[in-house]
Structures are given as C-alpha cells and as structure tokens.
Write a protein that binds this ligand. Structure first.
Ligand code: PLP
Length: 417
C-alpha cells in the first residue's frame, strides 16, 4: 500500500516525510517528482529482511528509477545494481557504485555496451542469445579480458500480469530457449575468455503470485544441474525482479515475506548465491508526482475534466500499461467529485484517471499522483516541447533538488543551428 508513513497529512496538507508538498511546489514549481529517501531505504530493508536466511545479493534494477541520488541512496545500504544499457552503467558508476557490484542485462546489447562493460570490470553480463555470447567472446579475446557471463534462460512461464510486462514466455524476445542450452554449453566450452558464472531469469513485472517464480525457478534448477554436469561451476542463480507493489488499495500486493516463504526453500537447494533484481518493489511507492490543476471544464454531456500541468510526458504508465495511480489532493477536502484527470498533451491517451472519484479540487490546487517512483520519471519525454520536470528528495525535514527542471535552451541544445 502507498505508505502514509512517508507521505502523511499534517495540518490538513499532504507532506513527504516532514516537508509540506505545498511548500515544495511553491519552491520548485510543478510538475514535480518528490521522493521519500526513507521510503526507498525501508523498502530495500524489508526486502533484505524477507530473504535474510538466504545467501543472496540484491541488485537494484536501475531502470525503475535511475536518478543518481536514488541509486546512491540504495548503494549506501549495500545494494548492487542491475543495468540495462551503457547509459545506465554510466549512471551507476557516476553514483559511485563499484563495478564489481553491477550486472548488465539487455536483449540487444551493442558492441559498444559490451566493450564498456568489460572495460569497467562489472560482475557479469547476462547474455540473451548465442550471437551475443559470440560477440562478448570476440570482444573479450581482442581486448585480452576475461568476461564473466550469465545465461538468461527463457523458462517459458507466462506470469499473470499486464501483457507488456511479461518477459518469461516463449512468445517474448527475452532469454535463450531451454532447447538451445546444450548448444550454449558446448559453445562456452570452447570460449576460454568467457566464464559462465550465473544462470539467470526475469519473468516479468508486478507478479502477484509466487507460483510463477516457483515454476520458472524449478526449470532453472534443471538448467543449473545440466550446467554443472557439463563441467561449469556456477556461482550465482539469478531470479530477476518483478516483485509487486500495491497501486490500488482494493488490489493489495502479497507481502514480500510471502514470496520469501515460497521461494527460500527452493532457492536454498541451489548451493549458489541468489541474485535478486527488484526495481518496482523498491522505488514505486517512494515517490509522488505533484501537479497543479490548470483548468476545470465540464462538457455538455456532463463530463467533468480536471486539466493538470503534468501529463503522459511525465508519467506514461496509464497510457502505456493502463496502470492505475491513486490521485489525492494535497490540501484536504470534505467533498469529492467524479472527473477525468487529464494532461495538456495533444493525445487522447494523455490521462491519469477516467471517471474517477477524487477530491473536489479547484483551479490552482495541487494533486499528488501516488506511486510514481518506478517507470515514471525515467520514461519522461520532451514530446510537445515539454521540458522534463524537476525531482526532489526528502530526508526527514530536509529537501534537496536531485534533478533540475529542464530549460527551453536544453530542449534545443543538441540541434545544429
Ligand atoms: C526490468 C527488470 C527488472 C526489474 O523489474 P521490476 O519489476 O521493476 O522488479 C529486473 N531485471 C531485469 C532483467 C529487468 O529487465
């Protein structure tokens, strides 16, 4: 559930920890992302606590929220990083994460990505095809480096979630088919610059039932056994991310402890260090998107629109995944109304809620779009010539700007005059 502990109402106004959101909006403008530092830390600690009986290493999936301060906050707690590209690797390194705590995923890693990763000496590259293994080997040989690799297996398990975020099905582009693993092992035997250190999977995101992990992990266990009999000593068993959070109070996610109770007995059997790659679980509920009501408009069909200054350019999840985000007024209201909360962008898909009962806010008032910490600011775009928003992190009574609002000058700076 979205945590009132880190976003409490005080004196009838919504706060992030000890700081009033009204005050932050006044100081930094809107749209504004506001992140609770202690929420991030508390989610990470809850994850660690749940799996404390297991020999494991947690790598925060940077793509969920790649602000350097977010990465740094988690790294300071001992967390590693899972990155998806050269750009994310650069961010993690800039945040001060040491290379040996970084792993790299990605179905289409380029030669440049791989070269960069090998040069920095990251813990491992998770390969997703035979061609990628060949390319990693060529680069390692020509650079005189050894490459630690994991093999991402497609376990052909269809996790029940939104179709755009299921990744472990044989219809999806991710991972290597089990049927090809024999070929992978014999290929790897001949590649002296590659060291197979991990068997890996990631079956999707916002997965509510541990049964899907269980089914996929059981298949991975068979792969582990096969790899060992082929003579590889596998150090890591990586089960990816995907652990769910609550976006809607009516659809609460099972606790992380529940996932641990199902998975730990199975994972203990591997005799490896388990790698977890949570992204959403750590970041989603740490952040709100603050937005101001620009206009209210009622059409002749009786439909009420609340037009706000944030849109799909700041938070594309409703348009992309039909995601639900709770929306609350920053100032407390006694009355509610049914309205569509929409952005200013020229797309019908540019909405946060349709026919939703919300606080009866007027023009100029602030709304907070909750649970906007994962796959939100990272997907912001400049569509419609909109500068990307500022981001603030709150720690107790202190707020710091962690990303400046973009300027119009920055919008055109890479274009050639
Ligand atoms: C996106 C991704 C994750 C994180 O997924 P969450 O659902 O945010 O936990 C982990 N591993 C890989 C390989 C990913 O692509």
């Amino acid at each position: 559930m979205f945590d009132g502990k880190f976003f409490p109402y005080r004196d009838e106004t919504l706060c992030c920890e000890g700081v009033s959101l009204e005050k932050l909006a006044g100081e930094y403008g809107t749209p504004l992302y506001v992140t609770s530092r202690n929420s991030l830390v508390s989610q990470y600690k809850a994850f660690e606590e749940a799996f404390s009986d297991l020999d494991h290493f947690t790598c925060y999936s940077v793509k969920a929220n790649f602000n350097i301060h977010v990465i740094r906050t988690l790294a300071a707690e001992g967390c590693g990083c899972d990155v998806n590209s050269g750009g994310e690797l650069y961010r993690a390194l800039q945040a001060g994460v040491s290379a040996e705590k970084i792993i790299m995923a990605g179905v289409g890693k380029t030669e440049a990505d791989i070269e960069y990763a090998l040069r920095t000496g990251i813990l491992m590259l998770k390969a997703e095809s035979l061609s990628e293994l060949r390319l990693i080997n060529r680069i390692a040989v020509r650079s005189g480096l050894r490459a630690r690799v994991g093999v991402r297996v497609n376990p052909n398990v269809t996790a029940e979630t939104h179709p755009y975020i299921t990744t472990g099905d044989s219809k999806e582009k991710f991972g290597i088919d089990e049927a090809d693993l024999g070929e992978v092992f014999s290929l790897l035997k001949g590649m002296e610059s590659l060291e197979l250190t991990a068997i890996d999977m990631h079956i999707g995101s916002q997965i509510f039932d541990p049964e899907f992990y269980q089914a996929a992990a059981e298949k991975l266990l068979e792969v582990l056994t096969a790899a060992r009999s082929a003579g590889f000593s596998i150090r890591y068993f990586d089960i990816g991310g995907g652990f769910p959070v609550t976006y809607e109070p009516q659809k609460p996610a099972p606790s992380i402890g529940h996932f641990a109770s199902v998975l730990v007995p199975l994972l203990e059997k591997t005799g490896t260090t388990i790698i977890f790659e949570p992204g959403r679980f750590i970041a989603a509920n740490s952040t709100v998107l603050l937005t101001r009501v620009v206009y209210r408009k009622r059409n002749h069909a009786g439909k009420e629109f609340v037009i706000v200054d944030a849109g799909m350019t700041e938070l594309i999840r409703p348009a992309l995944y039909q995601s639900h985000h709770e929306i609350v007024a920053v100032g407390q209201h006694g009355s509610t109304m049914v309205a569509d909360v929409v952005g200013p962008v020229c797309e019908s898909g540019d909405f946060f809620a349709k026919g939703r009962s919300i606080d009866a806010v007027g023009e100029g008032e602030l709304l907070a779009v909750l649970s906007s910490g994962a796959y939100s600011s990272v997907m912001a775009s400049n569509y419609n010539g909109r500068p990307r928003p500022a981001e603030v992190m709150v720690d107790g009574d202190r707020a710091i700007l962690i990303r400046k609002r973009e300027t119009y000058e920055q919008l055109v700076q890479n274009e050639m005059f």
